[in-house]
Ligand binder design. Structure first.
Ligand code: ATP
Ligand code: MG
Length: 263
């Protein structure tokens, strides 16, 4: 199996303004994701899941101290120039949040956003070329092509998250991080969307990290699970093992919050 992402002893600490308060958001985490994996990262609020995601992308605020290494597709991101990192960040790995679309201006159609985003890396791309690529992604996300000419406010919550995911895939990333990207949807919509993402990922060879509080989501849609608590990786393994033989009390507690998944 080809490794897509490897963290080696990775730590991320926030230092507040007067430097008298350190937040150890991620502590000495090591793990590997192979190409094609879907890793579920679970943990209670504040356990460091989003910090880990932003650390992998190298999108940490200034008040951050990083230790350890992030290796992406056999390249060490800690040695990379900011411009190379910036290119890699949006072309080879991408992130979608719970409210990704709130960053899109309501006065522009989806088309305008898509063209602007695509042209950051490919300034000479034609409108037709961009449209063709996006329509292909809309179809993968089971959305009609007319969405391309709608405004963000004309879309339902489920459509908005599908458009956000399609947008994040414009540059054909190898890794997609979804940080609570389906949490706001009702259970039926969330299940449908996650099924579609699983289908789509196998078509385009996309590896994924799914961040959520919800054990039932990772149990169903991830082949590996990492459990975080207070910045530490307390348990990680293949999904069936974690679900049926959880070792750590924090894993057991998360499973008990979704009783259908406790055996
Ligand atoms: N920019 C920041 N500066 C200082 N501390 C921060 C910053 N961002 C997050 N933290 C702190 O780091 C810790 C981990 O937060 P993080 O957002 O990574 O957790 P999380 O697991 O994603 O939580 P949630 O499930 O609520 O999204 C928390 O104690 C949080 O308050
Ligand atoms: Mg978070």
């Amino acid at each position: 199996m080809r490794k897509i992402l490897e963290l080696k002893d990775y730590s991320l600490t926030y230092i507040n303004k007067n430097a008298d308060n350190l937040v150890y958001a991620v502590r000495n985490i090591s793990f590997t994701i192979d190409a094609g994996d879907t890793l579920g990262v679970v943990g209670v609020s504040g356990s460091g899941k989003s910090s880990l995601a932003m650390g992998i992308l190298g999108l940490t605020p200034e008040n951050t101290v990083i230790k350890g290494k992030v290796l992406f597709d056999n390249r060490d991101l800690s040695n990379m120039s900011e411009s190379d990192l910036n290119r890699l960040r949006w072309t080879e790995m991408a992130i979608v949040f719970q409210k990704s679309m709130s960053s899109l201006s309501p006065v522009h159609k989806i088309r305008t956003h898509v063209e602007d985003i695509y042209r950051v890396h490919y300034p000479k791309a034609s409108r037709k070329e961009i449209e063709n690529r996006f329509i292909y992604l809309l179809e993968l996300m089971t959305l009609p092509r007319k969405v391309y000419d709608l405004y963000p406010h004309q879309l339902s919550g489920g459509m908005i998250q599908r458009v956000s995911i399609a947008l994040s895939l414009m540059h054909q990333p190898k890794l997609l991080i979804m940080d609570e990207a389906t949490t706001a949807l009702d259970a039926i919509n969330q299940g449908e969307l996650l099924d579609e993402i699983a289908d789509m990922s196998s078509k385009i060879n996309l590896s994924r990290i799914v961040i959520t509080h919800d054990m039932s989501v990772v149990a169903k849609f991830c082949n590996k699970i990492a459990v975080m608590h207070a910045g530490e990786l307390v348990e990680m393994g293949e999904t069936p093992n974690i679900i049926t033989k959880p070792q750590h009390p924090h894993t057991k507690a998360l499973l008990q919050a979704y009783p259908g998944y406790v055996t």
